[in-house]
Ligand binder design. Structure first.
Ligand code: UDP
Length: 537
């Protein structure tokens, strides 16, 4: 892999002529800056001004053409973190004629994906904010393939996990600093700017306390397609053979320690009659960790970024997340949300240290490692006395940092007890796909009414099974029927097992009823309602 851009030969004179004549062409998807990705031809970048440039000519295109709304607040988010004001993208406009007075452009022949990494030194952020979004942005646009050149514009150096970013394409990703070495004015022949947010599941608490995103759009299937790709690139093969089952304890070695790790490992091994091993980011290669986790039955770890590695656990495995004293597990759920995504098929268990004598605090450390010595005495005392960190915004809440960087002596009986509430026999894995498919609409719905006297009537409704049922193995098929009197906004709901039913309760003569019918597979897979039936008694 070389850093030179000249792998694809281009005719410099022709490229320059095209830029002068056609200018920049941009067409974007998305209605808001937060869901926008733009495709450009001839987007340029001044490495001196550190600004992108849009050249106007007779043939240039700018869609959306927002006028000054382009600055309210920006054209788009460069990272997958929504509407963060350090991650905005925009460009400066110039007439193409200005090129005559500018440095000679250097053309980037590769198709480029231009984006920001959010926090490349933190493994959770690396996977959630960068790797998954880049992978699925590349799946969205056919121009973006393994020959794509990634450009990271956030301004960080490579960071400790750069090897992971390199797996996403065959070309060396380039950083903002490196662009200076390529020239004063760079022009991307074809580029995409921005990242898809469709796979993200967590918001970090910049405007409201952290928690799962409001509208999660990813399932375990897409997560596992991504991990399959990563494992292929890492040369880690899934061991299909039923080799020995084991538990992995993922330990931290710098801070937020488990103080009685040896005792914990022994207890887990004994309780579940399984080999129990430890791994850490400091002592194992990334591939080794992936290899071990991808065949583990249970992953036990302190709350922290290393837990994002549960992405690689096999279906059926159990995640046990340990929380230090005064940290409410319900308030910090990036890994719970991941483990419980539909189709991830993982069991999730949280344990919290509730014993003050089992925690070690570090009030004298620097503030970013949880020290509180810089706060006034009363505030220090309040924090030390407090039994729970109140909900807070990201990222510098001293009480949160103080509690997050405690070390913990894990109370083994209480931990085993909470695990046993969920894992009854042996923790296990299941290799089989257990995807759930939804029913289609019921078909040929009909109704027939009969009137008995002046105050009684019956409604007989029948329908056919959904068309896709005959191709599926479904444990249980039921139907939900709503009967609504026309003009009323309430309805009577029924759950039925057969494909016809005669309703007589609360059915009045000479009335029009709306009948809504949908199919339900296996108790919770609700299908769509068929077109409403109009029935007059
Ligand atoms: N980290 C680690 N071992 C440690 C402490 C941290 O490997 O003892 C890693 C951690 O997994 C993350 C990064 O260093 O990728 C930053 O850790 P930090 O405590 O700042 O973040 P958190 O884990 O709380 O998200």
């Amino acid at each position: 892999q070389s850093q030179e851009l000249s792998q694809v030969q281009i005719d410099y004179h022709a490229a320059l002529q095209t830029l002068l004549e056609d200018g920049t062409r941009m067409v974007c998807t998305g209605r808001m800056h937060t869901d926008r990705i733009c495709r450009f031809e001839s987007l340029c970048y001044s490495t001196e001004a550190e600004e992108f440039i849009y050249f106007h000519s007779n043939s240039s295109v700018m869609l959306p053409n927002l006028g000054s709304r382009r600055f309210q607040p920006a054209l788009l988010d460069l990272s997958s973190v929504e509407d963060h004001n350090t991650q905005y993208f925009n460009f400066v406009e110039l007439p193409a004629a200005a090129l005559k007075f500018m440095p000679k452009p250097v053309f980037v022949p590769d198709v480029a994906l231009i984006a920001n990494r959010f926090n490349p030194d933190n493994l959770m952020h690396v996977f959630h904010d960068d790797l998954l979004p880049i992978y699925y942005t590349m799946q969205q646009f056919t121009d973006l393939d393994l020959e794509t050149r990634l450009f990271f514009m956030e301004g960080w150096s490579e960071g400790v996990h750069f090897d992971l970013y390199k797996l996403l394409s065959n070309k060396q990703p380039l950083l903002r600093e490196q662009l200076k070495t390529l020239g004063r004015l760079l022009c991307f022949t074809k580029s995409y700017v921005g990242l898809s947010k469709i796979t993200t599941w967590y918001q970090y608490g910049f405007v409201q306390p952290q928690g799962p995103k409001a509208n999660i759009l990813v399932s375990g299937n897409e997560i596992r397609q991504f991990t399959k790709f990563m494992m292929q690139k890492l040369n880690v093969s899934l061991e299909e053979s039923s080799s020995e089952e084991y538990i992995v304890v993922f330990s931290r070695t710098i801070n937020r320690l488990i103080l009685n790790e040896a005792e914990l490992i022994l207890a887990l091994a004994q309780e579940f009659q399984m080999k129990t091993i430890t791994v850490s980011l400091e002592e194992h290669s990334f591939s080794d960790i992936v290899r071990l986790i991808s065949n583990a039955s249970m992953l036990v770890s302190m709350h922290g970024a290393q837990l994002v590695m549960s992405l690689f656990l096999p279906r059926g495995a159990t995640v046990v997340e340990l929380f230090p004293y005064a940290i409410n597990p319900e308030h910090y759920t990036p890994y719970k949300t991941l483990a419980t995504l539909p189709g991830m098929d993982l069991q999730y268990i949280a344990w919290q240290n509730t014993a003050r004598e089992d925690t070690i605090t570090y009030p004298d450390r620097p503030w970013d490692q949880g020290g509180i010595a810089h706060l006034d005495k009363a505030e220090q005392e309040r924090i030390i006395k407090s039994t729970e960190v109140p909900r807070h915004l990201c990222c510098r809440n001293p009480e949160w940092l103080f509690r997050a960087y405690q070390d913990t002596k894990v109370d083994i009986p209480s931990l085993i007890h909470v695990i046993r509430q969920t894992v009854k026999s042996k923790p296990g894995t299941k290799k089989k796909w257990s995807g759930s498919l939804y029913p289609g609409k019921v078909r040929d719905a009909r109704c027939q009414a009969s009137v008995q006297g002046t105050s009684e009537a019956r409604l007989s409704v029948s329908w056919q099974v959904p068309w896709n049922l005959k191709y599926l193995k479904v444990r249980e098929v039921k139907y939900e029927v709503w009967i609504q009197e026309q003009g009323e906004n309430t309805y009577m709901p029924y759950i039925l097992s057969h494909q016809n039913h005669t309703f007589s309760e609360n059915i009045k003569p000479f009335t029009i009823y709306l009948v809504w019918i949908r199919c339900i597979f296996n108790k919770n897979l609700l299908g769509p309602f068929a077109d409403v039936l109009l029935c007059s008694t």
